[in-house]
Design a protein around this ligand. Structure first.
Ligand code: FES
Ligand code: FES
Length: 174
């Protein structure tokens, strides 16, 4: 089938098998290999991209389902010389080892910080009405869909906390 995807503000016409996942469309048809394939089963978060600003697993999303969405990949968040605040913070805090999970972590964290700013509670939020605080526990819970086989979790949380404007997470962390 013929579809048109909008990726990082660029429109792409594709002629693909309707069973093609958004992940495979990005990597194999468009050459956007920043988005990674870990499990291909919705379990690791390596393939996380943003669809209209919301984080989604691109391995569980058919490309044809994404036609009306604005898709943002790690390449659209920032590139060398123009890194996003989160990308720079991951660098500053060594928030990775092999780096394979990192694009998914950063895409997920980008949307996660918007979710907190919008006041969305999580499973560990103190209550359902107050503005969630960006504690270690909140970040860990909200990023629990993104696995890191190198176990760089501690530095990932530091990177996210700093990018969110918290210079010393230990000061406020629960
Ligand atoms: S590759 Fe999509 S969740 Fe693992
Ligand atoms: S940095 Fe290697 S999997 Fe996360």
């Amino acid at each position: 089938m013929q579809i048109t995807l909008t990726i990082n503000d660029v429109s792409h016409d594709l002629d693909i098998d309707p069973r093609t996942s958004l992940l495979d469309a990005l990597r194999h048809h468009l050459g956007l290999t920043g988005t990674k394939k870990g499990c291909d089963h919705g379990q690791c978060g390596a393939c996380t991209v943003l669809a209209d600003g919301r984080r989604v697993n691109s391995c569980l999303t058919l490309a044809c389902m994404a036609e009306r969405a604005q898709i943002t990949t790690i390449e659209g968040l920032g590139m060398p010389g123009q890194l996003s605040a989160l990308q720079q913070s991951f660098l500053d805090h060594d928030g990775y080892q092999c780096g394979y999970c990192t694009p998914g972590q950063i895409c997920s964290a980008t949307a996660m910080l918007d979710e907190i700013a919008a006041g969305w509670p999580s499973h560990v939020s103190e209550d359902l009405e107050s503005q969630p605080r960006l504690t270690h526990e909140e970040i860990a819970e909200r990023m629990s869909g993104n696995l890191c086989r190198c176990a760089a979790y501690s530095n990932i949380i530091d990177a996210i906390a700093e990018a969110a404007g918290r210079r010393d997470r230990r000061e406020d962390a629960v």
